[in-house]
Ligand binder design. Structure first.
Ligand SMILES: *Cc1c(COP(=O)(O)O)cnc(C)c1O
Length: 362
């Protein structure tokens, strides 16, 4: 007799992460390798974070604070909400699964975009929910298309704003119009992983305030991107107290580790680092736009730290060729790649090698 796996798990594809730098160095026997594949912060993290972690090293034998007291306090203060409106998690990856476990029953419908962050689909499938996939329009979320797909079975709608991997955003006006039309028994989850990079004024910069009006709204933020703490796994969600209390029942008792908690608190205190991150990203983005224009490559204007580019040649092939030259990017469907914006030095190295691969060198 063999072990029986849950049916829901059978067709799930495991996540394929960006390839680590060390693997590429070994495989192709090259010295210089840069990774522009996982939307990490090329500046690292705030020095204040490192100091906080060093101080916390003496307490590694002690369990973390399971209530995340200090982190919740700091986040409540930052967002001008109550402590019970905040729920930290071990990255948003964990929160996406916690939300799915809390709400999705078998055959519940869960609406998401295509293409968007792949974890919403996976979490839905794990729980036996039915994914309802609404194609993007002009690389942006089709909010009217989403509203049309709502049924009595709809449980959750995932909105990634700005969206990964297209970098496009929904305006405050459109978001409010949308929230007004979604029935209040359907949970709307706003994934704002890239919020800190947004340049446009018409973005819903104060979306956190909407939780007072829309009890069915959750707003997710992470320390993995602009704060540069992807390796520590820490993020948080803001929403109605009751909704968060239910999610809190499903959460593991010590889901956010001790170093992540102190690091996140320290990161919130360093606004200069965030500003530097924003400026570096904007400078890099403008440089890359200019170079893509010169190369006659189409790209999707981005409000994030990554750009979706049509390289006019199979993305997987370009990915392989770039890798040989020491540049790791993300292949996407068809002729698209997604490149994370790096330091100016990394951006130049990327462009140099892209020209070489596309035979567009001078
Ligand atoms: C990177 C990313 C996340 C995951 O963030 P973690 O907090 O590191 O788990 C969530 N959503 C989107 C859209 C992302 O791109």
């Amino acid at each position: 007799m063999s072990i029986k796996y849950r049916d829901e798990i059978k067709n799930i594809e495991p996540y394929v992460p960006g390839k680590p730098i060390e693997d590429v160095k070994k495989e192709f026997n090259i010295e210089k390798v840069i990774k522009l594949a996982s939307n990490e912060n090329p500046l690292g993290c705030s020095p204040k974070v490192k100091e906080a972690i060093i101080k916390a090293l003496d307490k590694l034998s002690i369990y973390p604070d399971g209530n995340n007291t200090e982190l919740k306090k700091a986040l409540a203060k930052k967002h001008n909400v109550e402590v019970d409106n905040v729920l930290p998690s071990s990255g948003l990856d964990e929160m996406i699964v916690l939300i799915a476990k809390t709400f999705i029953e078998k055959d519940d419908e869960v609406i998401m975009g295509d293409i968007t962050f792949p974890r919403y689909l996976q979490a839905t499938e794990i729980m036996g929910g039915r994914p309802v996939v609404v194609p993007l329009k002009n690389f942006s979320f089709d909010l009217d298309g989403i509203l049309e797909r709502i049924t009595l079975r709809t449980k959750i709608i995932w909105i990634c704003n700005p969206n990964n991997p297209t970098g496009t955003m929904i305006t405050e006006r459109d978001l409010i119009g949308f929230l007004d039309k979604v029935p209040s028994n359907i949970l709307v989850v706003l994934d704002e992983a890239y919020k800190e990079y947004v340049t446009r004024q018409d973005y819903p910069h104060n979306s956190v305030e909407f939780i007072n009006k829309y009890k069915n709204l959750l707003v997710m933020r992470t320390f993995s991107k602009a704060y540069g703490l992807a390796g520590l796994r820490v993020a948080y969600t803001i929403g109605d107290k009751e909704v968060l209390q239910y999610i809190n029942r499903v959460r593991g008792p010590f889901n956010v580790n001790a170093l992540a908690q102190v690091a996140a608190v320290a990161a919130l205190e360093d606004e200069d680092f965030l500003k530097k991150t924003y400026d570096t990203n904007l400078q890099g983005k403008n440089y890359l736009y200019k170079e893509f224009d010169k190369l006659n490559l189409q790209y999707v204007p981005s409000e994030t730290n990554h750009i979706l580019v049509n390289v006019g040649r199979n993305g997987q092939e370009v990915f392989m060729e770039m890798q040989k030259r020491g540049v790791i990017i993300r292949p996407m469907a068809g002729n698209y790649i997604r490149v994370s914006i790096g330091t100016m030095e990394e951006n130049r190295f990327f462009i140099e090698n892209l020209k070489d691969v596309l035979n567009k060198g001078q």
